[in-house]
Design a protein around this ligand. Sequence first.
Ligand SMILES: NC(=O)c1ccc[n+]([C@@H]2O[C@H](COP(=O)([O-])OP(=O)(O)OC[C@H]3O[C@@H](n4cnc5c(N)ncnc54)[C@H](O)[C@@H]3O)[C@@H](O)[C@H]2O)c1
Ligand SMILES: [Zn+2]
Length: 352
Amino acid sequence: MSTITIKADRISQVHISDGEWDLALEKALDGRARAAIIVSETIASHINFEIESDTDIHIFTIPDGEEGKSSRTLLKLWDWLGAAGFTRSDLIVGIGGGATTDIAGFAAATWLRGIDWVAVPTSVAGMVDAAIGGKTGMNSDYGKNLIGSFHSPIHVIVDTSWLTTLSDRDFAAGLAEVIKCGFIADKKILDLVEGKELSQIRNDNDLVTQLITAAINVKASVVSADFKESFHREVLNYGHTLAHAIEIDSKYSLRHGEAVSIGMVFAAELSHTHASLSKEIVDQHRRILNNLNLPISYEAQAWTRLLPLLSLDKKARGRTIRFVLLEALEKTGRLDSPGERELSAIYERVSK
Ligand SMILES: NC(=O)c1ccc[n+]([C@@H]2O[C@H](COP(=O)([O-])OP(=O)(O)OC[C@H]3O[C@@H](n4cnc5c(N)ncnc54)[C@H](O)[C@@H]3O)[C@@H](O)[C@H]2O)c1
Ligand SMILES: [Zn+2]
């Protein structure tokens, strides 16, 4: 087991293991009178909670995916915590994908104005992204992640044994964020995946552990340097400006990581034109992502719909549409408010 420490609103310890999550959880429960375990339906069907602990454990099952992050789920959860009389010294534990750890963390952030919580992410996206960095939240009927709070878990228990039941599609979508970390901050990640197909990665647990650890280190160092997302944390949005528009346009039929994959190729092409990124590195984006069966292009006709959606992003930020660029491997830059005609020309390079 290895441990990474993140210094954010509080100290978060990330424990990385293979098949020892229950031991790590038992340690995290030590000394707590009670714990509320919030778990998604799919994960609940995979495990039996034989946790050796003196802690009185209460289990609350929530729907899988985004419905688990809805106000309906949160209202039920708050009522359940109230009925069971959860106090400030009790603990919340979220076990599941990013949607589950997001809502578990938000419940912890809001219950009695904030109680301790532990994240046990079970998807690649959850391990390298959602459970790292202290953002918790939920969806509103008006959009995803509109409601939230910064409230870091005291422990994040990352255990690769969960990943055996994850679908190939969700595995690859999570790897898109790992690859992103490779381009923006740690090119060793790219060396590790270069020339490999998804099945080769999945079948090599040491490699999976190395990749997940490296990506967590990238996010941990960015977040430790800049917790509340001003300048520095923005580098994590590489590929995300177009990705958010594509996610909405696809009515969320594409996974977030799939949209980020297309968005990264777009950002790389934009960087080739605006920031002297070499053609070889643009090609490397396509090669690595394509090898993992991630999409690298999107419908040509979608551009007229995507442009207003990019402007929505602009509304959220103020006056500008901002792209994170890559000037070279491990070196990011920014581009504010590029012209529509330029963007449309770049889009032609990622459209099919
Ligand atoms: N807080 C943050 O900083 C942050 C960052 C990135 C993403 N997120 C959020 O995380 C979510 C995306 O994460 P995700 O892809 O894990 O989503 P998810 O929780 O919806 O999980 C995806 C699917 O995988 C299933 N699953 C998860 N673990 C499994 C396992 N071990 N075996 C079998 N099936 C499993 C889930 O049931 C679900 O159907 C989004 O809601 C996103 O907004 C948050
Ligand atoms: Zn992302």
